[in-house]
Design a protein around this ligand. Structure first.
Ligand code: GNR
Ligand code: NI
Length: 164
């Protein structure tokens, strides 16, 4: 296993669209294992492969307090949404920035697990927020895209300054 480097905004690699996974071989298992290790080490409650420069539709999540409920979603699709909730979100790719984002309250998502088996999950609360945040990553979208462009520009300035 290995801890992978997480890309930071405004890296353009965070803006690519992930491709679907068609083969469930050792290389996918290795990516998933490394992503879990990277997410737990960060620590974070979710990670999309895009964030570690792997543009494939792979997500790992664990919103449990004890960080002992790993969830892997491959080629995920939201098939139902209901209601609205607002939460102050953060992102490993936008360090030290927290902003309120409005998302669906309840969702139903269809995905494949690491073995390539299909499953459906209906959920709400933080898990629903996290899944929606991660699905956005798969289409090159970040939570700061929901805030004003002025605020986003300020964040970009700050992060570029830190990088030097
Ligand atoms: O660790 C994370 N915390 C978090 C908090 C509120 C809303 C979403 C998240 S996901 C984030 C990890 C991450 O960047 N995943 O892409
Ligand atoms: Ni994120």
């Amino acid at each position: 296993m290995a801890i992978l480097q997480v890309l930071h905004f405004p890296n353009i690699r965070l803006r690519v669209k992930a491709t679907t996974v068609n083969k469930f071989d050792n290389s996918v298992r290795k990516i998933v294992a490394d992503m879990f290790e990277t997410m737990y080490a960060a620590p974070g409650i979710g990670l999309a492969a895009i964030q570690v420069n792997i543009p494939q539709q792979i997500i790992v999540i664990d919103v449990s307090e004890k960080q002992n409920q790993p969830l892997c979603l491959i080629n995920p699709k939201i098939i139902a949404k209901e209601g609205k909730q607002t939460f102050e979100e953060g992102c490993l790719s936008v360090p030290d920035v927290f902003e309120e984002v409005e998302r669906a309250e309840k969702i139903t998502v269809e995905a494949l697990n690491q073995k390539g088996e299909s499953f459906t999950l209906s959920t709400d609360g933080l898990l629903a927020i996290c899944i929606q945040h991660e699905l956005d990553h798969l289409i090159g979208k970040l939570f700061i895209d929901y805030i004003s462009s002025l605020k986003r520009q300020r964040i970009q300035k700050k992060l570029l300054k830190q990088k030097r």
